[in-house]
Ligand binder design. Sequence first.
Ligand SMILES: [Zn+2]
Length: 125
Amino acid sequence: MKRGLVASVMGLRCPKCRHGVLFPTDTLAFDKPFDMLDNCPECNLNYMPEPGFYFGSMFISYIIWGFFSLSFCLSLMFIFDWSVNGSFVLLLFISAIFFVPLYRVSRSIWIHINIKYDEKALENK
Ligand SMILES: [Zn+2]
């Protein structure tokens, strides 16, 4: 089955073969949330090409969460007439819930930006 780019990014799959998983545990399992595999279990792609490779994924999560936080708080305050404190307290709860999923998707986006898809990755395994 051929997986598209968005399905591969959001499904936390290997960027090269789009088949192997990036993380050993489920995102909502609360078990080893920040552990990432060293290599793709399907095509053996090295997930850590150099030390500090995922430094750039922090910028991805910063951009995503910055724009979300801004639009979330502003819409609560100006559309639903919430107070500043109330909207920030709700934002803190939502941030705690989405911390691990955002961390994982940011790493997935970053590795998909840097490593190209190879249709034949699984053929010459
Ligand atoms: Zn792979």
